[in-house]
Design a protein around this ligand. Sequence first.
Ligand code: ZN
Length: 272
Amino acid sequence: MKEFVIVNQNNIWYGMFPTLHEAGFLHACSCRLHGASAIVPETLNLALHVGDDAELVLRNRRAFAQAVGVNAERITTCQQVHGSKVVRVTEELIGSGALDFSTTIKDTDALITNLPDVPLMLFYADCVPVLLADVESGAVGLAHAGWRGTVANIGAKTVAAMGEAFGTKPSKLLAAIGPSIGVCCYEVDDFVRDQASGYEEFFAFKGGGKYQLDLWGVNAKQLLEAGVPKENIMVAGVCTNDNHQLFCSYRAEQGKTGRMGVCLSARKNYEE
Ligand SMILES: [Zn+2]
């Protein structure tokens, strides 16, 4: 089985991990094709915070939600400040940021929940989406890992938060690293490397104080160290910079870009 595939539903294109789908977890990584955005015309920007027309973004979200099979009004988002705070989504937080950015969950970069029919949704353009799914309890976690979040070990913090909240055992987690900037295109400088001690092996020196950073590798290593079995860690292996016609890339578009949405819902535990 391929780790990551691109599918088309009603002319909405998105990527997904068949293993996660087979395990009962509704999820999708949106492509940028065929949307109503104003910021980059005719793209499917799903973020309300990037200067796009809010009505058009909501139209895009409804189309995406319908294609994926989730309820657009229950989409639950967070602010994404390149930190590492993890918040548990409880009943009263359902729909935060679904219709209006002012209601998004503040100062937070990862969400966890065990409530079904609550699509957690975070937004990306080169940063790394980390999806976590507990095959035992059905709970999920979704993290936003740019280099700062990655250095702050946000993936492992999300695993730990699921352990505390839902009794999740890392050995029962499926983890998926979504489309994001690859080592092929992610050049960073000494400033980044100096803050990433312990991860030197993922920096390929290019000369002149520059490195190519493998964020997928760092995130995978952190998940492994948090106890997720190696065979349960999937990597889409799709570089957003190289594939910016299909996915949003901040670097490829010099900052003038929308955001892809990654959504993930908890599984209903039918056995209960
Ligand atoms: Zn690349």
